[in-house]
Design a protein around this ligand. Structure first.
Ligand code: RM4
Ligand code: MN
Ligand code: MN
Length: 396
């Protein structure tokens, strides 16, 4: 690989950041159950400590996304302890996720619930989350709603849309300068007839209705099969409405598998669209990359190391696309040349350049081997074994 190409890779890796989810280190699983791992984190401090291992070995994930109900069960009263734990482990608090799906009150929805009292409760929890984010000096409050219905005719779809507009606008009013709401969509599950924010168009509409500090969050697992996700990314970028991502891979639905494990070319195409936008506009895209995965069978920390390493490799490959050549080929409608710009970059072996970057940064050349040699897993397995396993972070 020539110097110019490895410079592009180093440049891309130097700026690439991907946030880890606290819940990815706990015993999460499928809706049918979870296979408990003795090393899985239970306390917030353990989750942060595990995330710190991944950061120490990969160098690309200095922040951790938090779920209020699971990580800050006493709400804002837990914020100082979380901030201190982050500091102790050399990390920063990331996106704050309110929980609008585990309280019995939300059986018929949160912001979309016909009951004003339930909507008030949901709004109150989100307002607390905005305050927590302020206290933690974290920018994003990340909203995912399980709201929807299971049977035709049972919900007033238009009325619920209006309720979402109202609640989101009210919540937006609480944001401090620099804070953001990021709004996630999902076509189905847990609701199976209609989901109130089913796709990116609905999320875009609601973000606009909420106010200027609201953007759309794209969870890669939240689309119908064969949906062109990079087109959604390109459109949101061009509208300045792409807030961030939840990365995971899937084969069928919202499988929450390791990034790039099924379709690495999909992730590459997303990274490419972002970089092509940056090249064309000369402005860095202000997009939050966050992992949202649930590893039921693989080791929690190892699968996060895999995820971050895979993300680094795909960012590196995307950095090899010759944007000028691509733009010229597109302009000339030279289809084959344009297509090869992507294919050549994707086919490049970026491993030597990544290894060089790692050793230059004082990172282990092989993060997975370094983790296995570190003894961390054995130590936590011993320390954490034999104590009651909390259900606190269980979800579908
Ligand atoms: C959803 C969505 C959210 C996550 C919940 C637990 O499918 O991806 O981001 O917080 O699961
Ligand atoms: Mn998600
Ligand atoms: Mn999901």
């Amino acid at each position: 690989m020539n110097v110019h190409k490895s410079d592009s890779i180093v440049g891309a890796l130097e700026t690439f950041r991907i946030e880890l989810p606290s819940w990815g280190f706990a015993n999460t699983g499928t809706r049918f159950g979870k296979y408990l791992q003795p090393a899985a984190a239970v306390t917030t401090d353990e989750k942060i400590s595990d995330a710190a291992q991944v950061q120490a070995l990969t160098g690309s994930c200095p922040s951790v996304a938090l779920h209020v109900m699971w990580d800050l069960p006493r709400g804002i009263d837990d914020a100082d302890a979380v901030a201190a734990a982050m500091k102790r482990h050399g990390l920063r608090p990331g996106a704050v996720n309110p929980n609008l799906f585990q309280d019995q009150a939300y059986k018929h929805g949160s912001f979309g619930n016909p009951s004003a009292a339930v909507r008030e409760r949901a709004l109150g929890h989100c307002r607390d989350s905005v305050a927590i984010a302020q206290r933690l000096q974290s920018r994003d409050v990340s909203l995912w709603f399980a709201d929807g219905s299971n049977y035709p005719g049972t919900a007033n779809i238009r009325a619920r849309k209006r309720l979402f507009e109202e609640c989101l606008a009210a919540l937006h009013g609480d944001l401090g300068p620099g804070q953001r709401l990021v709004i996630e969509y999902k076509p189905f599950e847990p609701a199976f007839y209609h989901t109130d924010i089913a796709d990116w168009g609905m999320a875009l509409h609601l973000a606009r209705a909420a106010g200027p500090q609201a953007k759309v969050l794209v969870d890669t697992g939240h689309h119908y099969l064969s949906q062109n996700i990079e087109q959604i990314v390109a459109w949101l970028l061009s509208e300045d409405m792409l807030g961030g991502f939840h990365f995971n891979d899937r084969r069928y639905a919202d499988d929450d598998l390791t990034l790039g494990s099924i379709d690495p070319y999909q992730v590459f195409r997303i990274f490419h669209e972002i970089r092509f936008f940056e090249w064309e506009t000369g402005t860095p895209a202000d997009v939050a990359f966050v992992v949202d995965q649930s590893h039921n069978l693989k080791g929690k920390i190892e699968s996060m190391i895999q995820t971050v390493s895979q993300a680094q490799a795909l960012v590196a490959k995307a950095a090899l696309v010759d944007c000028a050549a691509l733009a010229a080929a597109q302009q000339a409608s030279d289809l084959v040349r344009a297509e090869s710009c992507l294919q050549d970059a994707f086919a490049s072996d970026v491993r030597p350049a990544i290894r060089e970057w790692r050793s230059g940064r004082g990172l282990p050349i092989d993060p997975m081997e370094a983790f296995r040699a570190s003894g961390y897993l054995e130590r936590i397995t011993q320390e954490r074994a034999g104590r009651p396993n909390s259900d606190a972070s269980a979800y579908a």
